[in-house]
Design a binder for this molecule. Sequence first.
Ligand code: 5GP
Length: 187
Amino acid sequence: MNKKLYVISGSSGVGKGTVLKGFLERNPHYMLSISCTTRKPRPGEVDGVNYFFLTREEFKDCIENDKFLEWAEFAGNFYGTKKKYINQCLEEGKDIILEIDTQGALQVKKRMPEAVLIFICPPSYETLENRLRGRHTEDEATIKKRLDQAKIELERAQSFDYRIVNDDLETAIKSLEDVINKECNNA
Ligand code: 5GP
C-alpha cells in the first residue's frame, strides 16, 4: 500500500496543533514529523520531542549540505524538515504528517506532488488575534509579526488541496479524519 505524506498548515494561533493532537490521539499509527528550528524552546518544550532546536549556524550548515526537504524563515526564525527523517518514516511504512508553514508546504508539493496539503483556517481574522493574544506565550512585537504572517498564509491557502475551518474543535478533528480517510482510500 502506498504511504502518504500529509502537510498541515494554518495561521499561528489557529489551533492547528490542538486539531492535530485530537486527530493523532484517535489515529496513533500516523507519524508526526519533528522539525528543526532556530526558535528558542517555549516552557515545557523538549528537544527531540517538539522540535530539534538548532543554532542558526547549525541550521545554515544543514541548508548548505542540502539536508532539508523544505525550509522557511517564519517570523524571524528558521524552520525546516530533514529529508532523512521523512525518508526513514516512509521506508518504515508509516503515513506521515508534517505541521509546517505555507511556504514549506508549497515547496513539499513541488518536490512531492502526491503530498496532500490541508490548511486549517480560523473562523475570522479577529478570532485569530484573540487566540494568539490569549496564549500569553509571545510578546507584542512577536504577536504583530505573526498576525502579519497570518494574512499572507491565508492567501497562500488558496492553492491547498483542502481547507478546514477550526470553529468547533470536534468538528474540525472530524473533518480532518474525513479528508485523510478519503485520501487513504484513494491511495
Ligand atoms: P511555532 O514557532 O509556533 O512552533 O511555529 C511557527 C510556524 O512554523 C508554524 O506555522 C509552524 O507550522 C511552522 N513550522 C514548524 N515546523 C516547520 C518546518 O519544519 N518547516 C516549515 N516550513 N515551517 C514549520
